[in-house]
Ligand binder design. Structure first.
Ligand SMILES: C[C@H](CCC(=O)NCCS(=O)(=O)O)[C@H]1CC[C@H]2[C@@H]3[C@H](O)C[C@@H]4C[C@H](O)CC[C@]4(C)[C@H]3C[C@H](O)[C@]12C
Length: 329
């Protein structure tokens, strides 16, 4: 499972939890403007917006999981198994392999409005990056500083949804999540009032009872509700430190601890558990990508503007996974 979110204080933030039972060799990767991005079915992007994000770099190609470009436009791919449907290349459409969608959109669009226009012509193909890396079934949260949308391609074709809550999880489709959210619209961050039995002396016996009913399990539909509640009620100072810290708290409300989502065993009998491999928070206005890993909850960051953004080579930063504990005596 995965969860992605946006958050606004003085600046704008975009990030995600990446939940999986194993890790590829992902790295924080900056793609500068002149790094040629070949496309399987359409023209290569030779000059494009620079971008920063988490990617598995294979054969010098950035396979982005999530990224933000120099204008602030941001995207995250989230698992959508059983629903994502990729086609053969089709005449008259913009045929893109699913792994090309993030660099293709972020390379060319400054805003969601511009992305909507390009997305309208897209046909995601079932093209594999390589035999070892077949297409992943995904849907995408796309956001700029002003709005969020979700892009899905199912058997019924492509759909672009307005996303007024600015959060996203996994299955099922986005319209289900928004309908399901309505079940919880009575939940509140305030203390509840007794509307059940007027005149009967009932007082809340615990703080937090206004949110009674908000689910706490790790299913995709439940995480959508939980992270929407947390994000929409979130308050923080607007300094960079307070904003980034609050963003990680929002993602923390739906993080996955090892052992709580068990998937069976591998062929050697080892227990497989899904857990939050990393959490990210990118300042969309300043191109600074902050992250934590499961092992190291201290925040690390890479600033895209410290790289040569006019260059033609990827800048790749290994994740800082060593736990850091501040000893005080
Ligand atoms: C699995 C990741 C999404 C996290 C998630 O939603 N997990 C939930 C799993 S489940 O629903 O509970 O089964 C997705 C997000 C981005 C994906 C990666 C990116 O799309 C980049 C490449 C694309 C290649 O085609 C496959 C490998 C890959 C490196 C992908 C592997 C994997 O599918 C990733 C890492």
């Amino acid at each position: 499972m995965c969860t992605a979110a946006t958050y606004t204080t003085k600046d704008h933030y975009f990030g995600r939890n990446l939940d999986l039972e194993f890790s590829y060799h992902e790295t924080v990767t900056v793609t500068p403007r002149r790094k040629v991005l070949p496309m399987r079915h359409t023209d290569a992007l030779k000059e494009h917006y620079a971008m920063i994000g988490m990617a598995f770099v294979v054969e010098d190609y950035p396979l982005y999981y999530d990224a933000t470009n120099e204008k602030g436009l941001s995207m995250a791919g989230l698992n959508f198994p059983g629903n994502a449907h990729y086609n053969a290349p089709a005449d008259g459409r913009r045929n893109l392999a699913s792994f090309e969608l993030i660099p293709w959109i972020l390379g060319q669009c400054a805003t969601v409005e511009q992305a909507r226009i390009l997305l309208a012509e897209v046909n995601l193909t079932d093209t594999a990056f390589s035999p070892q890396l077949p297409p992943s079934p995904l849907h995408w949260l796309i956001a700029d500083q002003n709005e969020s949308i979700v892009f899905e391609q199912t058997e019924n074709g492509t759909r672009i949804f307005d996303n007024p809550v600015g959060v996203m999880t996994n299955n099922p489709t986005f319209d289900y999540h928004m309908l399901h959210l309505q079940d919880y619209m009575n939940a509140s961050a305030r203390l509840p009032e007794n509307r059940l039995a007027p005149g009967v002396g009932m007082e809340p016996y615990s703080r937090g009872m206004g949110g009674f009913g908000i689910p706490g399990d790790l299913s995709s539909a439940s995480r959508f509700v939980k992270v929407a509640f947390t994000k929409m009620n979130s308050l923080s100072g607007d300094s960079e430190e307070e904003s980034v810290s609050q963003f990680f708290k929002i993602l923390g409300s739906v993080e996955q601890q090892k052992g709580c989502c068990r998937l069976g065993t591998d062929e050697d009998g080892n227990l497989l558990c899904e857990y939050t491999i990393y959490s990210s928070c990118c300042n969309m206005d300043r191109g600074i990508y902050y992250y934590t890993t499961y092992e190291n909850s201290g925040i690390s960051c890479v600033d895209m503007n410290r790289e040569d953004l006019d260059g033609d080579r990827l800048a790749v930063y290994e994740l800082q996974k060593e736990p850091r504990i501040c000893r005080q005596n």
